[in-house]
Design a protein around this ligand. Sequence first.
Ligand SMILES: [Zn+2]
Ligand SMILES: [Zn+2]
Length: 97
Amino acid sequence: MATDRTELTSYQWRQLRARTLAASDVCIVCGHRAADAVDHIQPVSKGGARLDPDNVAPIHGVNGCPVCLRKCNSEKGDRPLSEVVQLHTSVDWFAGP
Ligand SMILES: [Zn+2]
Ligand SMILES: [Zn+2]
């Protein structure tokens, strides 16, 4: 089995990355624009599909978000998106009457 890193630099991955960023630059973690990287919503190491467009979304990479200054990709790391977003929405915005 090839390592993830080898395959992530493959032509197919670069194509998918370019297409994802062309379609949207809204970061999946913080919701701001100007995302300059992409990441897997469900990490490949956790069973996510590596080259499925539905599993790949824009995210702020090494330069971080120009709005909230978070480094979303390194914050997310290897965790599923649902886990990361929960960490930052602990405020009960949705706890209506
Ligand atoms: Zn972000
Ligand atoms: Zn942001």
